[in-house]
Design a protein around this ligand. Structure first.
Ligand code: NI
Length: 176
């Protein structure tokens, strides 16, 4: 297993449209394991392949309290089941230190393949509905900050830059 580097906003590679996965082979399974490890290491609850610079339709997620229930969504299709939208405070491993409210449909249908390549259909609400829509956006090159005002986007960019600078300094100190 390996921890993969996560792209940060506003890296243009985060705008890449992901291609469908053709076969769930050993290489994909390795990537799934690495992405799950990367997600846990970064203390995230979801990660799209786009964020680790792999432009295929693959999402990992773990919404459990004890990080013991990793889920995999391959070639996912997400359809809203209601028009009703609700705001939820979102964050993103690619936009560290930034949190803001985004409105999304509250119930969706998910059609996808699991980590073994087996198809499944599921109806989702609550956090799963929010999270799968957030991760789907990544596969389409969209970030949650895109829904915010220009001013907030500029602030987010500054905040991420600052965060990365501090982190780099810490890493250099750790090495010294
Ligand atoms: Ni995200």
């Amino acid at each position: 297993m390996a921890i993969l580097p996560i792209l940060s906003y506003p890296d243009p590679r985060l705008r890449t449209i992901a291609e469908p996965v053709k076969t769930v082979d050993a290489e994909i399974k390795q990537l799934i394991e690495d992405m799950i490890e990367t997600m846990y290491d970064a203390k995230g609850i979801g990660l799209a392949a786009t964020q680790v610079d792999r432009h295929i339709q693959l999402i990992v997620m773990d919404l459990s309290e004890n990080n013991d229930n990793p889920r995999v969504f391959i070639n996912p299709k997400v359809t809203p089941l209601v028009e009703d939208k609700k705001p939820y405070e979102e964050g993103c491993l690619s936009v560290p230190d930034v949190y803001d409210s985004v409105e999304r449909p509250t119930r969706v249908k998910i059609e996808a393949l699991d980590g073994e390549g087996k198809p499944f259909v599921e109806e989702a609400e609550g956090l799963l509905a929010v999270c799968i829509q957030h991760e789907m956006d990544h596969l389409n090159g969209v970030l949650f900050v895109d829904y915010l005002s220009r001013l907030k986007q500029t602030r987010a960019r500054d905040k991420v830059k600052k965060y990365l600078k501090v982190r780099e300094r810490q890493m250099q100190q750790n090495k010294a």
